[in-house]
Design a binder for this molecule. Structure first.
Ligand code: ZN
Length: 280
């Protein structure tokens, strides 16, 4: 596990599994933890560092979203309150395939919130706000004193991780809300600390992907209109020919374009997953 001391009282941990992030905010002998890493081993190392090396106790754990790649440490701090959005069951149960270890990491939160909350923790004022993007239960944190946003999986580095969870429109709105905070440091759900520019980059990525998908869909639609058999000509004996091409070749082109449109997002997802797995 990688550890980064962002400030004297802010530590960022990047786990070996999925490079999941956790953030520790120190107040005297106590720690407020944001997110809990993805594996038992990473969580154990985090626990040892906080309790044995720093000699602190975790009092509060804030979950940006209740997915198993961020909840491994919840069981290790039984005296800590766990804060989550009230829609957390929807998020946890929407995960399609969970390992035994991931299922076992589930702990019911002790504090559920909806629109947001403010927590004063030492010199920090945590503005916790509801920001549905990757999930319907996403909570993000704005910490003005640290010029820092903690944003869960609303961005994935400089991109967005499109999967069965979340839709592009929700990501757009979530990132826009984050941009309006104007912070220069961002901690997403994975891969450590990024600059505020990462929000702009992620939005550009989404915009570029949207343009490519719309272009592919549009070309598929044109091809289908050209190649499709018009009404009233259904009984023509000869194949319809358009601009020297048979209807069947136009249809093949339409099929290729349509398939390209369907596959674009999938390819992006696979590419990201490849990156995800390689970096894990
Ligand atoms: Zn995640």
């Amino acid at each position: 596990m990688r550890k980064e001391k962002l400030e004297e009282d802010i530590f960022v941990f990047v786990g070996e599994v999925y490079q999941a992030n956790a953030t520790a905010l120190v107040r005297g002998d106590e720690v407020l933890l944001v997110d809990g890493l993805a594996s038992r081993e990473d969580a154990g190392e985090l626990c040892n560092f906080i309790e044995d090396d720093l000699r602190k106790q975790v009092r509060l754990i804030l979950c940006t979203h209740y997915m198993s790649d961020h909840t491994a440490a919840l069981r290790l701090f039984p005296r800590a309150h766990i804060v989550a959005h009230k829609a957390y069951p929807h998020t946890f149960n929407s995960q399609k395939s969970l390992s035994e270890e991931e299922r076992a990491s589930f702990v019911q939160p002790t504090i559920e919130i909806s629109d947001g909350a403010v927590i004063r923790w030492g010199r920090f004022t945590l503005d916790i706000f509801y920001n549905p993007g990757k999930t319907l239960s996403s909570l993000n944190v704005d910490i003005p004193e640290a010029d820092l946003l903690i944003v869960g999986d609303e961005i994935f580095g400089n991109t967005v991780f499109l999967s069965s969870a979340g839709v592009p429109e929700m990501f757009f709105r979530a990132i826009s809300r984050l941009q309006s905070r104007g912070r220069s440091r961002v901690i997403p759900g994975h891969m450590g600390v990024f600059s505020g520019q990462s929000l702009d980059n992620a939005k550009s990525y989404l915009g570029s992907l949207q343009a490519q998908v719309e272009a592919a869909r549009s070309s598929a639609g044109v091809a289908l209109r050209i190649g499709g058999r018009p009404r009233g000509l259904a009984t023509r004996a000869r194949p319809l020919r358009v601009a020297g091409k048979s209807a069947s070749s136009s249809l093949r082109a339409a099929f290729r374009a349509s398939r390209a449109a369907r596959c674009l997002a999938s390819l992006e997802l696979l590419a990201l997953r490849g990156c995800f797995l390689r970096s894990a």
